[in-house]
Design a protein around this ligand. Structure first.
Ligand code: MBD
Ligand code: FE
Length: 334
């Protein structure tokens, strides 16, 4: 068997923030996840049996958001470290305390060429199942990982090249309009990582996938109770077929809350050029004004006119609960 060059999945995200109270109410009320104080004093958001999937560390100011990538094979992790050593990127091993806080056995940290902190880890431990704040059917994580992380940067080409050439990420597809974007996979999830070209540098959003469309709709209702909470309206993406909305968070990035993403065959996938824009319908980006908003709408109307649509991606995984099973469930009446 040949070793994969790339990490196996997105394991976690860590964000520094001075707004832990606001995060506590947002994550509990809108996302419905379990909240717990982590070993290092952070606010841990639990989605499944992992210690945390998102951790908010108390800080003086908002800062760069860290993505943690897990390798199944320690030899593949070592090979990635060797490739990083051949570049100007310096990696630092995490000590026993750092491993304990993350819930992993090995940890290495570096900063990518845009300044985003990244960790590579091995043996991401399982703990007890989560106790959700609402009777969610659970988050679709497992082998395909947490979800996806999308970065923005003023020039995405060198960043995309770094992740592909040094870390082994594979191109799923790319777009030129309405913005330059590049989507990458490391497993059956259509993209675990993406880059979108905008003037700002950092994490744009983190996507969490639910097993139930109703959990997404019910969170959408809840989000709409707050002025400005919905940053991107409910819609469906053209490439991963995710039906989702984006919530603003107390930090400088959004959470995409979605359902029904496609599963690709990572071995045979051929990258394609996207020409229909990011969404089949919906996904109105509320911050866009004037011409840019009109351009996005025009692309959607054109996609609709051209009959662009995709089957609902219902397969076995969507009939089962998260392997961990939700600790809070709705009463069954049958
Ligand atoms: C996504 O998940 C996404 O966030 C964007 C911007 C475009 C396509 C798929
Ligand atoms: Fe996304």
């Amino acid at each position: 068997m040949t070793l994969p060059l790339h990490p196996s999945r997105l394991a976690y995200v860590v964000a520094p923030s001075p707004r832990l109270d606001a995060w506590r109410s947002f994550a509990g009320d809108v996302l419905g996840v379990e909240l717990r104080t982590g070993l290092g004093g952070a606010l841990d958001l639990r989605l499944d049996e992992k210690r945390f999937r998102i951790s908010i560390e108390q800080a003086e100011a908002e800062g760069p958001i860290l993505a943690g990538w897990e390798f199944d094979e320690v030899a593949a992790l070592d090979a990635a470290l060797a490739r990083l050593a051949s570049t100007a990127v310096k990696t630092t091993p995490g000590d026993a305390k750092a491993c304990l806080v993350r819930g992993v056995e090995r940890l290495h940290r570096f900063t990518d060429p845009a300044g985003n902190p990244v960790e590579l880890c091995w043996r991401h431990q399982n703990e007890q199942p989560p106790i959700f704040r609402r009777p969610l059917a659970g988050f679709k994580t497992g082998d395909c990982g947490l979800g996806h992380v999308v970065y923005t940067a003023p020039n995405i080409a060198p960043l995309a090249a770094f992740y592909r050439e040094i870390l082994g990420f594979r191109l799923s597809d790319s777009a030129e309009a309405p913005f330059a974007a590049s989507f990458m996979h490391v497993n059956g999830r259509h993209h675990s990582l993406a880059f979108v070209q905008t003037p700002r540098t950092g994490v744009h959003h983190v996507m969490l996938e639910l097993y139930s469309l109703d959990d997404v709709g019910q969170a959408y209702d809840r989000a709409q109770l707050e002025e400005g909470r919905v940053a991107v309206t409910l819609g469906r993406h053209t490439n991963d077929f995710m039906t989702s909305f984006y919530a603003s968070t107390p930090s400088d990035f959004m959470i995409e809350y979605g359902w029904g993403g496609r599963t690709i065959d990572a071995e045979t996938w051929e990258p394609v050029a996207l020409t229909d824009g990011p969404s089949l319908w919906g996904h109105e980006r509320r911050w866009l004004k004037g011409e840019l908003r009109q351009q996005a709408l025009d692309m959607r109307l054109r996609a609709a006119e051209a009959g662009r649509k995709a089957p609902v991606q219902v397969h076995d995984g969507f009939f089962e609960l998260n392997a961990a099973g939700p600790a809070v469930r709705a009463e069954r009446t049958d």
